[in-house]
Structures are given as C-alpha cells and as structure tokens.
Design a protein around this ligand. Structure first.
Ligand code: HEM
Length: 178
C-alpha cells in the first residue's frame, strides 16, 4: 500500500498537523494505492509505503471484541479520513515483547480506548519499519463528518498514554473525500 501526496487523488488534504518531530511537505491531494509494484509519479510531494502484517499484541478476547463491532473501510458515510504516520523510539524497539505489550495495553489501554470509538471509526494499520521508510507505522482511519470530534478526542486520549512517550515522530494528515 502506498500513500501518494500530490496534485491528484480521491482525498483532499484539509490540514496537516506536525504532532512530534519533523513534518511532511504540504500537498493538496492524497491517493491510496493498493499493491507494491507501482512507480511513484515524479511530481509527488511525498510517498509513504507500508504493508499489512500479522497482529503483534491482540489477545483472543480482545480480537473477539474488535471483530464484533468494527466496520470496514470504504463505507459510503465515511466522508473524512486521517493518515497518521508514526515512528517509535529506539528505546521502544529495545524492549522485550512482553514489556511492549504491558505498555501498549495493560498500562496505556490502547485497545480499550480504541473500542470506545468503534464502529464510528474504521481503521487499518500498515507496517513500514522493515521497509526502511521514515516511519514505523502508517495508520489510516475513515469516519463520517459527524464523528470528526470523536476522532479528535480519541487521538487526544491516546497521546496522553505511556505508549505515546515512545513516539518520536508523528504527523496527522486530515482529509475529506474529493
Ligand atoms: C496498534 C486498535 C486507534 C495507532 C493497534 C492494535 C490494535 C489497535 C488492536 C494492535 C495490532 C497488533 O496486535 O499488532 C485500535 C482501535 C482504535 C485505534 C480499536 C480506534 C479507532 C488508533 C489511533 C492511532 C493508532 C487513532 C494513531 C493516532 C496505532 C499504532 C499501532 C496500533 C501506531 C501499532 C503499535 C505497535 O505495534 O507498536 N491499534 N487503534 N491507533 N495503533 Fe491503534
């Protein structure tokens, strides 16, 4: 999957917020391109690529809860979207798997908080750390215009958690369907 910012695309960039670290160049449109074999147009402002991967942290009961309420991307009602690329610190990646899980869920309640916003927010996680990109994760969210406030609240709550102390670069790209 690639996200191409430039002059074309089905999503209009409404605003870009540099939450932490270096920002990204401005662009009027964003395009999501499935597959890994495309060639980025030379006029693109930036291109970020990621892949879907296996889950790292979800436990069985959590997965059941998520599956019961979550909805898919591409809903007709989803007139707004957000692309949030993030990079976590060396300290995060140096932790053992059980320490990361403890921070992610036992202490930060990432899944528990996220569940409060389902099914309003549809989401997808792409990994890009092993592709050598500037971010570790590309996170994608779709929601109705009326749920934009709830989405703001969600990201606000997550950014106060211990997990986010390990986020060293984060850019929030807010979009509406062009
Ligand atoms: C990972 C749920 C919102 C950023 C995860 C995972 C779940 C989850 C279950 C773990 C996947 C795994 O096991 O590997 C949710 C739900 C949300 C939500 C239900 C509500 C809509 C967000 C938001 C952001 C975000 C708003 C960004 C601002 C991430 C990141 C990871 C992640 C970066 C990967 C963490 C890592 O592997 O270190 N999320 N999430 N999530 N989520 Fe969320």
């Amino acid at each position: 999957m690639s996200f191409v910012a430039g002059s074309a695309g089905e999503w209009r960039v409404e605003r870009m917020i540099t939450v932490r670290g270096e920002g990204l160049p401005a662009a009027p449109r964003l395009q999501r391109i499935e597959g890994s074999t495309f060639v980025a147009p030379p006029e693109a402002a930036w291109v970020l690529s990621g892949v879907r991967s296996n889950e790292r942290y979800v436990e069985l009961e959590e997965r059941r809860r998520l599956i019961a309420v979550q909805e898919d991307l591409g809903r007709a009602s989803s007139a707004q979207a957000a692309l949030i690329p993030l990079r976590k610190s060396k300290a995060w990646w140096a932790l053992a798997q059980d320490e990361r899980r403890a921070i992610f869920e036992a202490r930060s309640r990432h899944i528990k908080i996220g569940l409060d916003y389902l099914p309003a927010v549809a989401r997808r996680l792409y990994h890009s750390r092993d592709l050598g990109g500037p971010f570790d994760f590309l996170t994608w969210f779709e929601f109705a215009e009326g749920d934009a406030g709830a989405f703001d609240e969600l990201v606000g709550r997550l950014r106060e958690t211990e997990e986010w102390a390990y986020v060293e670069r984060e850019v929030e790209v807010r979009l509406s369907r062009a």
